[in-house]
Design a protein around this ligand. Structure first.
Ligand code: DAT
Ligand code: MG
Length: 149
């Protein structure tokens, strides 16, 4: 089972798209195991986006992600990373596939609504930035046998 850290970024929250975005992952069949509504701090943003430090867009990225509350979630599933990233769509919303979250609701890279981990390793590392292991819920879903072969 893979885990992916998903964020509804401040634009998703401010535009009233939380339910819409969360529903995409829920309907896809990923299983929610952790969720928080929080104000991203500068320290948290710098930890989350450490790999981008020094890039020309870094300061704007930190400014954007700390500009309002976010939803942080951990979703689990076989191939959760790839499934979530295809549901999210390409980084640049103008190039994101129609039907994907970014392809349906976004226009610009600096307002791309949602974050999803890019590898199983980063899924675990990023989940640990926001959640302790005790905060993650292990549960069996009534529909599991209709989603997982
Ligand atoms: P993703 O969020 O699709 O995983 P990423 O990890 O490459 O994309 O970059 C993290 C975020 O940084 C991305 O959602 C938006 C911003 N970003 C990336 N490349 C950028 C660029 N060339 N110009 C402006 N912002 C960029
Ligand atoms: Mg990324």
């Amino acid at each position: 089972m893979e885990r992916t850290l998903i964020l509804v970024k401040p634009d998703g929250v401010q535009r009233g798209l939380m339910g819409e975005i969360i529903g995409r992952f829920e309907r896809r069949g990923l299983k929610l195991i952790g969720m928080k509504f929080l104000q991203m701090t500068k320290a948290l943003a710098e930890e989350h986006y450490a790999v981008h430090k020094g890039r020309p867009f870094y300061d704007a990225l930190v400014e954007y992600i700390t500009s309002g509350p976010i939803v942080a979630m951990v979703w689990e599933g076989n191939d959760a990373i790839a499934a979530a990233r295809s549901t999210i769509g390409a980084t640049k919303p103008s190039e994101a596939a129609p039907g994907s979250i970014r392809g349906e609701f976004g226009m610009e890279i600096g307002r791309n609504l949602v974050h999803g981990s890019d590898s199983p390793e980063n899924g675990l590392l990023e989940a640990a930035i926001y959640f302790s292991e005790e905060e993650l819920v292990s549960w069996s879903r009534a529909t599991d046998s209709w989603i997982i072969e």
